[in-house]
Design a protein around this ligand. Structure first.
Ligand code: SPV
Ligand code: MG
Length: 560
């Protein structure tokens, strides 16, 4: 008997825990999930163990005697395709298991005696109970099963909960003949269905193991089930970890790794979505935000001078001292694993800028953007202010001083052009862009307070010509606050590499706070304001209080 563990996928529902780590390497009860499985297989004398890895494969520890197969296309395929990276191991009696699930040995043992047929799967009978405990009581992700006697009839996430009498727990045994049948069926389908709908999947490439089981059943083959009750745990969400009474230990990234992330992401993705933060809690919220089936999230945090000043009750006129700013930066670095882009205002005089660059770099920030206005600047969106521009040679010199000051090749200094804000026009902006690029700027931000994106779209075209002329290709940044109907995809297509949503989290919180104040005053109680408030429990979760409580509980349990 041999084993194949499928551990290639990304665990996106575990948010920051699996951002850099494969799910199978998350620690449960003191060791990685994968190690739990390896130990069980070894206890049962199954020593030919194979692991299919993909996402962050370098983080899967090399265990003696374990063979690895690499699914480097893991982003574009799914678990069935993953299994076939280890096709050559499907040549004998084999147990296949999901790498993100913990099983008790007694369950695996049920698969060891002569099986009822050539393909056997373990099915949980009490499956609904697990979901009742969850806050998001959703059965939709369960691989539900309908069986009769010991024969599988239907399987997959799509099976209606009312109809299901079990859940597949992610562990199956194939006899030599069963493995042969699986290979034959898959290889017969591959030429015709690789990119075509297959069972419930959009294609064979994207299919689940359950899709091929259903196919086999539909073709008249027998898939047998062995029922179990409890003794297994699939770790899909942070809540699952909590239900398991686990400590939630995010893998913190070191400041130097975080600092390098912006350049790395620019190289890998070519486009960065940044969102403003002004303190730890806004950075935590920004970092945890995900949207849609693709689990889209922000790539970077912008520490805005407007919102940081406002959060401290100040106007945005370069009032905050360097220690205050560094304090905010260090709070935010601690609160997020995202790279930070700091709004450096004018940077002050070159000596002050040098000092700031060194400190910010040391804290783990990835970039500072300085604007070419004279100190002290006024916020660019203020219509009443007359914005005076710095002499471009003096500003270029400040950039050079900053570039000479930082020590790591990863830190970026981006020059922000205020020509359009100051009413000096496109020519002035382009000329300054040239001057600053020649001075060594790592990127250019063009700012505009026009309601229409036309001027920044025009600038992007001219910037591309300038980049060609100079032979210097550096990222282009914009801040669509006033021209906010244009989408990121359009800005990207126009040649922008970083888009910053510069003030929205502070604005959102101000509005919510105003609503709450008004509502409590009006109703003489807080009940009516609940709809504008998150729960206190949510605060506990966001700032790690729940994790501390879990750790204490675990400690107490272990020392009973
Ligand atoms: C900030 O967010 O502080 C900025 C952008 O500098 S803006 O407010 O538009 O000037
Ligand atoms: Mg600012």
């Amino acid at each position: 008997m041999k084993a194949i563990i499928l551990a290639a996928g990304v665990g996106s529902r575990l948010l920051y825990l699996t951002k850099h780590t494969p799910k199978c390497m998350i620690h449960i009860k003191g060791k990685p999930i994968l190690e739990h499985q390896l130990d069980i297989y070894k206890n049962l004398q199954i020593n030919d163990i194979n692991v299919v890895r993909g996402f962050a494969k370098e983080q899967i520890a090399a265990y003696p005697g374990i063979k690895f197969y690499d699914n480097d296309d893991y982003k574009d395929n799914n678990i069935l395709a993953s299994l076939f990276y280890a096709e050559k191991e499907l040549d004998n009696d084999v147990i296949v298991s999901y790498g993100d699930t913990i099983f008790e040995q007694k369950n695996v043992e049920k698969l060891l005696p002569t099986p009822p047929g050539d393909i056997t799967i373990l099915v949980e009978l009490d499956w609904k109970k697990t979901y009742e405990k969850k806050k998001v009581n959703s059965h939709k992700d369960a691989e539900k099963v309908v069986f009769h006697g010991d024969k599988l009839l239907k399987i997959g996430k799509h099976v209606p909960s009312e109809e299901a009498n079990g859940e597949f727990i992610g562990i199956a045994r194939f006899t030599k003949r069963g493995a042969e049948l699986l290979k034959q069926t898959f290889n017969e389908l591959r030429p015709t269905h690789w990119d075509k709908p297959f069972q419930q999947a959009s294609s064979l490439r994207k299919a689940y193991l359950t899709d091929i089981f259903q196919e086999l059943v539909n073709r008249g083959h027998e898939v047998n089930i062995i029922p179990i009750q409890g003794g297994w745990l699939e770790i899909d969400t942070i809540e699952d970890l909590k239900l398991a009474g686990e400590e939630i230990i995010p893998k913190k990234i070191a400041p130097e790794v975080k600092r390098a992330l912006l350049k790395k992401l620019l190289a890998e993705k070519g486009f960065i979505r940044a969102i403003e933060s002004h303190n730890s809690i806004s950075a935590i919220i920004a970092s945890n935000a995900i949207h849609g089936p693709e689990k889209n999230s922000f790539d970077a945090i912008w520490i805005s001078s407007l919102t940081e000043s406002a959060a401290k009750g100040h106007p945005d006129i370069e009032l905050l001292g360097i220690d205050s700013r560094l304090h905010t930066i260090s709070e935010i670095v601690e609160a997020t694993d995202k790279p930070l882009i700091i709004d450096g205002d004018t940077g002050g005089d070159p000596n002050a800028f040098e000092y700031f660059v060194r400190k910010a770099e040391n804290l783990g920030a990835s970039a500072v953007i300085i604007e070419d206005k004279t100190y002290p600047k006024r916020n660019s969106l203020d219509d009443d202010s007359s914005h005076s521009l710095e002499d471009q040679k003096i500003f270029a010199h400040k950039i050079k001083r900053g570039k000479n000051a930082h020590l790591s090749k990863d830190f970026m200094i981006i020059a922000r052009l205020e020509s359009l804000i100051a009413g000096k026009g496109m020519e002035d902006a382009l000329q300054r862009a040239e001057e600053y690029l020649k001075a060594g700027a790592d990127g250019i931000m063009i700012h505009s307070k026009s309601k229409s994106p036309d001027e920044i779209l025009h600038f992007a075209q001219e910037y591309q010509k300038l980049s060609k002329k100079l032979g210097i290709e550096k990222p282009l940044v914009c801040v669509p606050t006033t021209y906010n109907t244009i989408r990121e995809s359009e800005l990207r297509a126009a040649g922008y590499h970083i888009v910053i949503h510069a003030n929205h989290l502070l604005r959102a919180s101000i509005k919510a706070m105003q609503n709450v104040c008004k509502t409590i005053l009006q109703h003489e109680r807080s009940y009516d304001a609940e709809e504008y408030c998150c729960s206190v429990e949510e605060i506990f979760d966001l700032v790690g209080f729940s994790d501390i409580k879990n750790k204490e509980k675990n400690f107490a349990n272990h020392n009973k």
